[in-house]
Design a protein around this ligand. Structure first.
Ligand code: SF4
Length: 401
């Protein structure tokens, strides 16, 4: 990937603590270790580093459980102690990931750290330029006259300190390498404004130019964190692996729980599907033009339930605008990016919930706020019914069972 070989220097310790994955942070973390006499023993077991280990656990738990990535809020990095916690929690979390020797876990953690960085950079325009120049070989801010007024820009991401005429542009080589990893039509090459080897990242009403740079950076940051962890994986000694067995086990268990939840859902039969899903399928097969929200919901439910992609495409065959190629592409996209199916609230607002109060006992439950809960509740109810029926069947000699 075309990443600058000499990144800009960063002297500000607050910035280094906020972005401890930066290549410029390595020397600073080493100097902090010397200054505060932090060696491996202290990091793994010392009382001085207890807080850093706790924050590292949160970083690791978030990487498995949160879709938004590692939570932004950490310690107060405007104090020396806060900076120590942030820097060494990242360092400790990376050690744990390396000791896991699990490339899947490492990729997931790198993704979560990069998602956190994107959130921070979207607000941190002072450091955006430095981080951009660290990870992109060609990037700059231009001053342009907006072609359309930025009406309604209130609340637009990252617009607070950026003038309407400031826009970022990135080199075509950087963009081409990164954009396939990002979903959405605005990231497809035919849809961007290319001018003499530069891709202009225009301000949009809900998507500022700076937020687009942060999005591109997320991919490079993830690749950087992942590559470094994989490289350091080879340096983990048996002794270190044994000493980190407990946190590694914690992360593995979290992953296993996630997987078993998914496996339970995969076992869902058609009769377990919620009315909203069944209605979209029935409408499509009857040639009714289901709205975009309903279509995305069906595809994401099918992906979550691990239905074969071809079965999902087949759901859409009756749609009035069905095109095998377009539907296959869109379904594949949803499967690859593991979209979470929408909850009941959004389905109701978008006219995709067919039930009214009193129509369906499960949907009437006060806790019902997501179609996946409907499936879990139905499965649980079936299990309980089967269990209570079993002793009766055993007791009845005429039973076929
Ligand atoms: S209440 Fe929720 S689960 Fe039930 S049909 Fe409506 S959207 Fe689906």
């Amino acid at each position: 990937m075309p990443v600058p070989t000499t990144p800009p220097s960063v002297a500000d310790e607050v910035t280094l603590a906020r972005y401890p994955f930066l290549p410029q942070a390595s020397d600073w973390i080493r100097s902090m270790a010397v200054r505060h006499s932090i060696d491996l023993n202290e990091l793994l077991e010392g009382s001085w580093m207890e807080q850093a280990r706790q924050r590292a656990r949160i970083r690791l738990i978030d990487s498995i459980q949160s879709k938004e990535g590692v939570q932004v809020a950490g310690g107060d990095i405007h104090t020396e102690e806060g900076r120590l916690v942030e820097a060494f929690s990242f360092y400790y979390a990376r050690l744990v990931m390396c000791a896991s020797e699990d490339e899947r876990l490492i990729a997931r953690w790198a993704q979560a750290e990069a998602a956190r960085a994107e959130q921070l950079l979207t607000q941190d325009l002072d450091n955006l330029r430095t981080v951009a120049n660290t990870y992109l070989s060609q990037v700059e801010i231009t001053h342009t006259t907006p072609t359309a007024p930025l009406s309604g820009s209130v609340g637009a991401v990252g617009m607070s300190r950026e003038t309407a005429t400031e826009e970022w542009r990135v080199g075509l080589a950087d963009f081409i390498e990164i954009c396939p990893k990002i979903t959405g039509h605005r990231w497809r090459l035919p849809n961007v404004d290319v001018d003499r080897g530069w891709v202009k990242l225009h301000n949009e009403r809900q998507y500022a130019s700076s937020a687009k740079v942060a999005r591109l950076l997320r991919e490079r940051i993830k690749a950087g964190i992942e590559a470094e962890a994989l490289e350091k994986m080879g340096e983990v000694t048996t002794d270190l692996a044994v000493r980190l067995a407990e946190p590694v086990g914690m992360v593995r268990n979290l992953m296993a729980n996630k997987a078993s939840e998914a496996i339970a859902l995969v076992g869902a039969e058609e009769s377990d599907w919620p009315p909203c899903m069944q209605k979209v399928i029935a409408d499509l097969s009857a040639g009714v033009n289901v709205n975009h929200f309903g279509r995305l919901f069906l595809a994401s439910m099918s992906a979550t339930l691990a239905l074969p992609e071809t079965s999902c495409v087949n759901f859409f065959r009756g749609a009035p605008d069905f095109s095998e190629a377009t539907t296959s592409y869109q379904v594949q996209h949803v499967y690859q990016h593991e979209y979470t199916p929408a909850g009941c609230g959004k389905l109701k607002v978008n006219h995709n919930c067919p039930v009214l109060p009193g129509d369906n006992r499960t949907c009437d439950q006060p806790w019902m706020d997501h179609p996946l809960k409907y499936i879990r509740a139905t499965q649980r109810w079936k299990r309980l019914t089967a269990r209570s029926a079993a002793p009766e069947a055993e007791a009845d000699p005429k039973s076929d069972a």
